[in-house]
Design a protein around this ligand. Sequence first.
Ligand code: BGP
Length: 492
Amino acid sequence: MITKFKTSVPSILWGGATAASQYEGGWQEGGRGLDTQDCRPYIPRTSNATTKTRLLTKDVIEKSKESMEIEKYPFRKASDGYHHLEEDIGLLKELGLDIYRLSISWSRLYPRGDEETPSQDGIAYYDKVFQAVRQAGMKIFLTMNHYAVPLYLVEAYGGWTNRKLIGFYLRYAKTVFEHWGHLIDFYLPFNEINAGYFSPYNGVALVRENEKPYDESLVFQSLHHQFVASAKVIELGRRTVKGKFGCMIACFCYYPYSCNPLDNLKQTREEQSNQWFCSDVLARGYYPSYMNRFFEERNISFEITEEDRAVLRNNPADFVSFSYYQSCVVSTEEKEKTAGNLVVTTKNPYLKANEWGWQIDPVGLRTSLNKVYDRYQKPVFISENGLGNRDVLEEDGSVHDGYRIEYLKEHFQQIKEAQKDGVDVLGYIMWGIIDIVSAGSCEMEKRYGVVYVDADNHGNGTYRRIKKDSFAWYQNFIKTEHQSRTGGLTNE
Ligand code: BGP
């Protein structure tokens, strides 16, 4: 039979995301416990401010615990989502999102983290949240752990360095499944799991004794415990709930600087260790052999039991997701550097960057979708993408963010191209759909949303919600997508 080949662009889910620590606030409401993000101080941007606020030492934590200031510790109030729940969900509904990605604050459900039973106030709060999202007609993509860990687990147990965390995390997961399993469509056990070794405080709740570098064996032991926790949660979830389970990496889309074979080799090796390692473990179910050399050369060792290996092998993720903000460049020569999500990289002469130095590259999104799908042959979810920018609230109450609209247009175009390339894309989730506090730099003024939140880096402001120009654009885009999906009918 002669086959005529045809490409297609199937409809996908269009969404938006927040994370509890960056959005929710309400740090003392309902008996919530202190978590690791509550302790991160805002430090005005200088060359090492991000490092200081991302890699916390013990004395910084001690000092923060004594402080009641929310102006110094932006995650404590964040976007004040706790007190704007109905309004915010109403805005997402008006926007027409198919899916909302959100996370639970672990310390709101288990204030210390090691309790036998959850907080009833915490349960009541998330009952309200999940019901509201479903009633607004959106699917739910739940990040079970987006960086923040109850501080008590860090102080009393050493955070994820301790195998006991797996048990505490499973207990928390069981509560989630029992209470909201019927409402949730997609689960992500951990946000950007490879953040663990670029940002060990955020990623694996590891606190430095002093300013010296981290002990890498502890970093990878912690990460290993998260791998096992992720697989065990999937095992439990598959038995008890209906949703799909994924894994997520921060995607760096590495290019070799030149066609020098050594640049290309370096690119391959960095891509393996920095980008693929974690998704290989979680999507394939075993440690990739290329990591042996990486561990050996750095003198890294940690415990992996036979039972761990079996749990990983038996519970690979259903889908693979990633965050994508910029592409990176690898060179064997000293070249000019620029910042990016979690990593510093070589500057790409072909690309523009935002104010924070993150290199904007829509084509890199298409390349990344192709690479992820080629590697795993599992459906792919873009769980984070967006433009961090300084926005101006005009006197007439408008916010003209045409640059964000351009950014979205170009990236959406590349998603469709990737679909034509044959990639099975499940959905796209726009990061920080309502302005939130930056996870990297603790700033409010690095904004991603289509909804502006009237607050500054010090927590001053009315916290009023204001639609930016991009709100109407994204709303119209989604509407048009729905119309083409249903042949003229919207899902309103
Ligand atoms: C990812 C995190 C998010 C988020 C985003 C943007 O690493 O998963 O939590 O914030 O990057 O980064 P930033 O907030 O530093 O701009």
